[in-house]
Write a protein that binds this ligand. Structure first.
Ligand SMILES: [Zn+2]
Length: 398
């Protein structure tokens, strides 16, 4: 009898484990290139990768910029479908410019459902510290707990807060938590991807991640699946290869120009004819060399679809060239991102936890597939059509 009861208890335990509600902690290390773990030494992240899954690289959406990619990670959509098509862009219907964070003032810039909304709609609490646009009131809702993206907050305070959230009583505890660190990207821009300043920033963030992972195990009993990502990688750029936007002589009476450094977006103002656009295009064609005019076919392949946020003309560059409006004496070598997908633009993907396979390496994949993966871990039903495919990461779920 004792044996039978014991067996039943054991079975009940097993079942409880299998159906235990999972928690997801998603951390973004802005600008952490796929090879930084080895290049600069990140022993804690390497250890977490050994305990779980590491991808060869995380392919950013086009353009490989911070806001479009962070939003693609949390919506499973290409930028044309989630609305944030670059860090800065123009909308020919609204006749307004968007700049990073404007969704907070007006959430209609975002045209889809982020994962924290999906969670909250289905009774799962979410917390963000931070995530781009996570304080925007999308569909009238924010995460249960959030901080303003622009608030300066010491990096260690973010770790403390995440642990505090995970220690809350069950009814108040978020099961989806996001965190964000910008220092690796900042140093990458200033000094280039291979600099010792980036190495130092990588070590700093690696220590924080190690501390977070340790404290999750020491201080909580929550089944946490930690997902480490970055929005893009980093390429070396040089001052001597910068293209002066002024020298292109684009008539600002007729066109809105958005200089995104790795590309130039040109939008027609009201009453500009198709002929006038074509004339400009013809003229710019003559100047091609250190930049190209992106073809319609190319843009379509990159997931850019028609709409008021699609520029009439896009000029693209490849590293080490970029567009600039700065006078020559103010131009500096450094690093940037925003180029077409390449190995240098690949970001980081590492995941570990009770619902994730152990010791697995996977091929590089597009970051649009992370949203359905997180939804699956949290047992959330997708409520909208998305570009991402749940099948891509299903094999890494235990
Ligand atoms: Zn950046």
């Amino acid at each position: 009898m004792k044996y039978v009861v014991g067996l039943l208890l054991a079975l009940a335990c097993l079942q409880a484990q299998a159906t235990e509600e999972q928690t997801v902690v998603l951390i973004s290390i802005d600008g952490f290139r796929h090879d930084y773990i080895e290049l600069h030494g990140a022993p804690n992240i390497a250890k977490i990768a050994e305990q779980g899954v590491r991808s060869e690289g995380l392919i950013p959406v086009y353009p490989s910029k911070t806001f479009p990619n962070h939003i693609s990670i949390v919506t499973g959509q290409y930028p044309s479908n989630h609305g944030i098509v670059d860090n800065n862009f123009y909308d020919t219907e609204r006749k307004q410019r968007y700049k990073m964070g404007d969704g907070v003032k007006d959430s209609t810039w975002l045209t889809t459902l982020p994962i924290w909304n999906l969670a909250e709609f289905q009774g799962v609490k979410a917390a963000t510290f931070f995530w781009p646009e996570s304080e925007a009131r999308i569909n009238g809702r924010t995460p249960s707990y959030y901080f303003n993206y622009s608030t300066p907050a010491p990096n260690r305070q973010r770790i403390d807060q995440i642990v505090e959230w995970l220690k809350l009583p069950e009814a108040a505890r978020p099961r989806l938590v996001t965190g964000y660190f910008s220092i690796v990207d900042t140093m990458g821009h200033r000094f280039g991807p291979e600099s010792h300043q980036v190495a130092k920033a990588v070590k700093h963030v690696d220590e924080l991640i190690g501390e977070l992972w340790q404290r999750i195990h020491d201080e909580t009993e929550v089944p946490v699946n930690l997902i480490l990502v970055s929005d893009h990688g980093m390429s070396q750029i040089t001052a001597k290869d910068m293209i002066d936007v002024k020298e292109l002589n684009i008539d600002e009476e007729l066109f809105e120009i958005v200089n995104a450094s790795t590309r130039l977006m040109i939008y027609p103002k009201e009453d500009v004819s198709a002929d006038q656009i074509q004339q400009l295009e013809q003229r710019l064609k003559q100047k091609q060399g250190n930049f190209v005019i992106e073809s319609e076919q190319q843009l379509a392949q990159l997931g850019v679809t028609d709409g008021p946020r699609k520029p009439a003309i896009v000029l693209g560059t490849t590293a080490p060239a970029t567009f600039t409006t700065r006078p020559e004496e103010q131009r500096k070598d450094g690093g940037t991102h925003g180029f077409h997908s390449s190995r240098d633009m690949d970001g980081l993907f590492v995941a570990a936890g009770p619902a994730i396979q152990q010791g697995t390496q996977i091929n590089r994949f597009s970051n649009i597939h992370i949203y359905p993966f997180m939804a699956k871990l949290l047992e959330l039903e997708l409520m909208t059509e998305i570009d991402g495919d749940a099948e891509v990461l299903t094999p890494i779920i235990r």
